[in-house]
Structures are given as C-alpha cells and as structure tokens.
Design a protein around this ligand. Structure first.
Ligand code: NOJ
Ligand code: NOJ
Length: 483
C-alpha cells in the first residue's frame, strides 16, 4: 500500500505516466542522445567563458558550478571526441580550443602551485582561465591523468590526418620542462601518483582507487604514445611507473570481504565515509579500465563490488522501493555516490542519488554483458555464486552449468563453469539490468530530458546543479556501449 502511494506520487511528480510508455524507451534514448550531444557542445566555450573552457553546469548560484573542472572537462571532451564521425569540424575545433585552454591552465599559477611545483593538481579554474583562489579540496590528481587519456587519442587522430605539426606544437614534445599539454600531464602523473590527494568528490584525502585507475591508464597509454613520438627514455619511465601504480591498485582489494574499497591511507577530509563503499570504484573501471586487464568490467573483484554498491543504494533511498514503471517494466535502483553522503547538491544535509552514477550502472552492465556474450563458456570462482544468482534471479542450477563442471572442482578452489546456454542467459540478464537503469534515468528526468546533478531521495524530484554537463556525457557514454 505504502509502495503504491509512493509510486502514484512519483509518477504524478514526474509526469512519467503520461509519456513513459515502454515502447518509447528506445525513442527516448534516441531523443536523449540528440539533446545530450547538443548540451555537450553548448557547454564548451559558452558565453562568459574563454574558448576551450567547459562549464560543469550553467548554474551560477545555489550551487555555483560555472567553472572549468579538470575532471569534468576531460570526461566531457572524451564524449565530444567520440562524436568525430558525425561532426568532424565542430569536434576538432572544440578539442583544439580545449587543448589551448588546458595549456593556459597548466601555466597559470594557482593555490596548488605552478607547473613545476604541483600546480597541475589544481581541480578547477574560473571560466576565463584565471585561478580560483578560495579554499577547496586540493590537489585532485585524477584530473591531469583523465585529460592525458583523451588527448592522447586526439593526438593520434590528428597524426593520422597528417597534422603532426599541430601535435608537436601543442600536445607532445619530449622537451623538459614540459611545454606541451600531454607531456606536462604525464610528467605530473609519473612524479606525483604516489602522493595523497583529494578524491573525485573533492572531500576525502588519501589514496583513491578512482584516481589510481586513471593514473595507471594515463601512464600505460602515455608510455606507448611517448614511444610513438620517439621519446624513448620517457616511454620506459612511464611504463615503469604504470606497473607500480598497478601494484598499488591491488591494495584496494579486501580479500576477506571480497570487495574493493574506495580509499586507503586516509589522511584528511570528511570523516563520515566509514563504509568505503563508493560508486567511484565503478567509475574508475569505466573511465580507465580495459578489457582483458586487471580491474576490467569482468574482473570478479569488480563484479562483486559493483553489486555490493548497488544493493547498498537500493536499500537506502525511498524512491528505490518503486521497482517498476506504470507499464510494469523494471526500474533499476537510483544510485548515489556513497551511502553516508551528506552533500545535497547545494549544501550539507543528506545525500541523494545522482544521474551520472545511475548512468554508470547502465554502462557497467552493458559492457559486462558484451564481454560475457563474446565467450563460449565462463568460469567463476565458487564464491561468486551469490553474485550469479542475484543477477540471474534464480538459483544456479545444473541446467546452465557446463557438463564438465564436476571435473573443474580442483581441491578447495572450485569453480562454477557456465556453458553457452548459461552464458546467453547471463548476458541477457545483464543487458536487461542495464536497460532498467536507463529507465530509472528517464523516470526522473523532466520532459525535455533535462537532468540536474541529483534526484531527491524521497520525492524523486531533481535537485542540485541544473544541466550538469557530466550527466549528458555519461549518458552518451552508456549509449556507446549498448549492443
Ligand atoms: C562541493 C563538492 O563539489 C562536492 O563534491 C562536495 O560534496 C561538497 N562541496 C562538500 O564538500
Ligand atoms: C561535485 C562532484 O563531487 C565533483 O566530482 C565534480 O567535479 C563537481 N561537482 C563539478 O561537477
């Protein structure tokens, strides 16, 4: 009864009932794609901002998000880059402007320092490119790594197009002190990854899984790219640092609890994130993981942690007790940052689910579904049985187990082996889960697909920064990984 009333209130609040017919999910996704693309381009070099600046949101008060955050900008420009086939000129000029603006950030003295004394860890700049001098959680060392990841791909694209001169002029030259954007980001990352910094939520100081994942990927890609550019000594150095970062990533895995913790060696910042359960782990895998490598989407450590995070949020937000649309289609749980979150989008009270975190879950399951589907059979550690049963929605019975299963049990390290039929069932279940998270996003968006940073946990209304650019980037990213 209580559930039903909440449902009625929610659908009335959202107006979803009226336009939420299930056959329109695909239609909505296509519409939302177009709107998201449009809103990304609007966020780059907006009026009131320098060329190449990327606003986190147009909101200037309560909260003021009209800034260029290094992290948000890098994630947004990744998706802009992915639009290169559809809008080649606009993409190329936006990215070139972003490169020039980024170089000006790197050379602007700011509260974290200057280029040679830690200034690249500065998390955000004013939209005119000047430094932000108020107190803030700094440094944040994921930023330069995320920027290098996307710009290395852009540089390779330019080289293929015959624009090597532009690349050596602005993006990569071996010269030290670094005079180009990627080189400076890689030098900063290679020399500072082992230092504590603030996390992507700008609140905790210590060593962070998300930050380390981005540093690992940046240095691994950076090593290859430096080699391509003939910077061989640097290539070896970056590769060596990358392998050390990967070693450090292993320490985030708690084997006894079968989960990855978000932060270790905490030294400062907020003291209420006791659980260390945080969607940032999933974001790190999505933004910096690679198939076939440790901490990829189908690493059991990641799979189990992702489910734990999902189950945690399912229970704490009232809106998640509504599990179906009015057409009786499954709604995935709205996902937040971490269970103890207190940031309400404007000030500190109680935290809420976020669109970008909910999108991350959709992307995560689309990606996992694809990886699984590509296999003839899949084996799982025995301890993954609850995970499998939760995703499949039924007990792991003999019908989906491979016949050779019995023979796979070696000593105490027994495994569960799914045959092709099991693989198909699992991939389908994962794909359906992914769709359900998109439905959740649609359910709380307004009729024009606007998405603020947060979704109020009891009412389902949007709150916090309006039109958060990262939301639209995360939506385009999940679409790229569907099917
Ligand atoms: C603003 C930050 O951007 C947000 O992530 C944080 O939770 C609050 N300040 C509180 O520190
Ligand atoms: C607050 C978020 O915690 C942080 O990750 C983000 O960079 C800023 N808002 C700007 O969107």
């Amino acid at each position: 009864m209580k559930k039903l009333m909440l449902f009625a209130a929610l659908t009335a609040a959202m107006g979803s009932g009226a336009w939420g017919a299930e056959d329109s999910l695909e239609v909505w996704m296509n519409l939302q794609r177009i709107r998201s693309e449009h809103r990304l381009f609007q966020a780059v070099s907006p009026s009131g901002g320098a060329a190449g600046s990327v606003m986190a949101s147009p909101s200037k008060v309560d909260p003021d998000y009209f800034y260029h955050w290094i992290r948000d900008a890098a994630l947004v420009m990744r998706e802009v880059f992915e639009l290169r086939d559809s809008y080649p000129e606009q993409v190329e000029s936006s990215l070139k402007d972003y490169v020039i603006f980024s170089r000006s950030n790197q050379t602007t003295k700011n509260p974290s320092g200057d280029q040679s004394s830690g200034g690249l860890g500065e998390p955000k700049f004013n939209m005119d490119g000047s430094a932000y001098w108020q107190s803030w959680g700094r440094p944040q060392n994921d930023g330069p790594a995320l920027r290098a990841i996307v710009l290395i791909d852009f540089a390779q694209y330019l080289i293929k197009k015959g624009e090597t001169a532009w690349v050596t002029r602005h993006l990569y030259r071996s010269e030290l002190p670094a005079a180009t954007v990627i080189k400076a980001d890689l030098e900063y990352t290679a020399h500072h990854w082992m230092e504590k910094s603030f996390d992507l939520w700008e609140e905790s100081e210590g060593d962070h899984f998300y930050t380390r994942m981005s540093q690992w990927r940046a240095l691994a890609k950076g090593a290859e790219f430096a080699r391509l550019m003939g910077d061989l000594g640097a290539a070896d150095f970056y590769a060596k640092q990358a392998s050390q970062v990967l070693n450090s990533l292993q320490t985030f895995w708690l084997d006894a609890e079968k989960r990855i913790v978000v932060t270790t060696r905490e030294t400062g910042g907020i003291d209420w994130k006791k659980s260390k359960i945080d969607v940032a782990v999933v974001l790190g895998v999505l933004h910096a993981g690679e198939d076939g490598q440790p901490f990829s989407v189908d690493d059991e450590r990641v799979m189990n942690t992702a489910l734990l995070i999902e189950n945690t949020f399912e229970k704490i937000y009232a809106i998640n007790s509504v599990k179906e649309t009015s057409e009786r289609m499954p709604l995935g749980s709205a996902i937040g940052r971490y269970p103890e979150d207190r940031y309400d989008g404007v000030g500190m009270s109680i935290g809420n689910p976020w669109f970008l975190a909910t999108h991350a879950y959709s992307e995560y399951y689309y990606r996992l579904s694809k990886v699984i589907l590509a296999k003839k059979s899949v084996s799982f550690s025995a301890w993954m049985k609850p995970w499998l049963e939760s995703v499949l929605g039924f007990p792991v019975a003999t019908e989906i187990l491979a016949r050779s299963n019995a023979r796979m049990r070696v000593g105490s390290s027994s495994v569960i082996l799914l045959d092709r039929a099991g693989v198909l069932k699992l991939a389908t279940a994962l794909n359906e889960k992914a769709d359900a998270f998109v439905r959740r996003s649609k359910f709380h968006s307004d009729k024009d697909g606007h998405q603020s940073e947060q979704i109020e946990r009891n009412s389902g209304y949007m709150r916090g920064a309006r039109d958060l650019t990262w939301n639209y980037a995360s939506f385009l990213s999940l679409l790229r990984h569907k099917d």
